[in-house]
Design a protein around this ligand. Structure first.
Ligand code: F3S
Length: 398
């Protein structure tokens, strides 16, 4: 793989040990995947933040990296942590877990990573441009950046995203190349897809079918940005989809109009939608309802504010979002109203990366296809998967 003079020097420790280690990792990746050269990236999104995911070895690795002088050179944003960094006591996180989590956050802070702790950095302060090269690692954010924005990123692992943040580069392969962004399947939608949970169920079904390939959707009449974030997240969870196209809705669909004629076709019917809902549920009476996977936008919180007006929830009801979005919700008094109805807004974390398995809940209600797919494995809990209205209805019952 071709390296510039500067990249050679970075590799040969002329810029320090940390940069050299990162270059070695990226060159190795580039060699494996046949990259011709490095490409400069404008920003990075680092995952592997929750203590639940990286444990003590992760803490030691990050501390060692800081000691070796690791510093990010491009804007780098952080994925959700295992707890609300300010309100962890309210959510019954143990002192031990909290202290470990703080050590992780400290290391990232010392490296210059912005402590956003969110999987939706594009909703506040980090909106990439069309065709901009990135090194993002959270799978739903990757799907969103590639598909809805038309930026270019592979589905990075935590270490490779951090290596790119520290060198400002990533190997030029995969979705950085135009020829690899062509669709592999045409998905015909033959039923109405309306809510975030419908899009989650569709994403769950298609991700399972296409695995890590690129679907092109036809027949989606209407969709919001929130719907597309649900769709991408679910496909990235049940499969490993990192890019999708939607006719008339996503920026690159026009480029592939001719490519779709020879593609294998997947039909998605009313029955497939129903079946996906059924497959994602294995309980019906949630004792905890959690929404905001991917992290809730201000419009989703605004909707909840409206739907929860004059209601009194009997079940625990959490809404996951970023600190930035919550600040807007506070200012609009949505937080106050939502709390009055008995729900809570949780920042910096989510139902999957928090230590939910340690809590006494048995059945988790969610409207997220991604969360419904992951909760049984990551949190050892049963799931009720439904739309927001059905969740609120269940939340109102004793
Ligand atoms: Fe985000 Fe957690 Fe879902 S990281 S996409 S809210 S599983």
């Amino acid at each position: 793989m071709y390296l510039t003079k500067k990249e050679e020097s970075m590799l040969n420790q002329e810029y320090g040990v940390a940069i050299s280690k990162c270059m070695k990792l990226l060159v190795r990746l580039g060699d494996i995947y046949g990259a011709d050269r490095m490409v400069k990236v404008s920003c990075s999104q680092a995952s592997g933040v929750s203590y639940k995911s990286i444990g003590d070895p992760g803490i030691e690795f990050l501390k060692g990296f800081v000691e070796e002088g690791a510093k990010v050179v491009i804007p780098t944003f952080l994925n959700p942590a295992g707890m609300d960094l300010d309100n962890w006591k309210v959510f019954h996180i143990s002192e031990k877990f909290a202290n470990k989590q703080k050590e992780i956050i400290d290391s990232f802070r010392k490296m210059g990573v912005i402590i956003t702790c969110s999987c939706t950095p594009y909703l506040f302060g980090n909106l990439p441009r069309f065709m901009e090269h990135l090194a993002w690692s959270e799978s739903s954010a990757v799907a969103f950046a590639n598909s809805v924005i038309g930026a270019r990123t592979n589905r990075e692992g935590g270490p490779s995203a951090l290596a790119s943040a520290i060198t400002g580069r990533t190997p030029n392969y995969g979705l950085h190349l135009k020829e690899n962004r062509k669709p592999n399947f045409l998905v015909n939608i033959n039923t109405k897809i309306k809510t975030n949970s419908d899009f989650g169920a569709l994403g769950y079904f298609i991700g399972k079918t296409v695995k890590n390939k690129i679907p092109y959707f036809s027949g989606i009449k209407q969709c919001s940005t929130d719907n597309l974030k649900s769709l991408g997240a679910a496909m990235a969870a049940s499969g490993a989809v990192a890019l999708f196209h939607v006719k008339n809705k996503t920026p690159e669909f026009m480029l592939h109009k001719k490519d779709i004629h020879d593609l294998e076709i997947i039909e998605f019917s009313e029955n497939d939608l129903k079946k996906s809902y059924e497959e994602l549920s294995d309980c019906s009476d949630p004792d905890l309802i959690v929404v905001g996977c991917p992290h809730a936008s201000i419009s989703e919180i605004q909707t909840l504010n409206k739907k929860l007006k004059n209601k009194k929830l009997k079940k625990k009801f959490w809404i996951c979002t970023s600190k930035s979005i919550k600040a807007w919700a506070d200012r609009m008094e949505y937080t106050k109203n939502i709390q009055k109805a008995g729900a809570e807004i949780l920042c910096d974390t989510c139902m999957v990366v928090s230590p939910l398995e340690e809590f006494d809940f048995k059945c988790i209600g969610t409207n997220s296809g991604k969360a419904a797919k992951y909760i049984p494995g990551f949190c050892k809990k049963k799931v009720f998967f439904g739309n927001i209205d059905s969740l609120i209805k269940k939340g109102l019952k004793k």
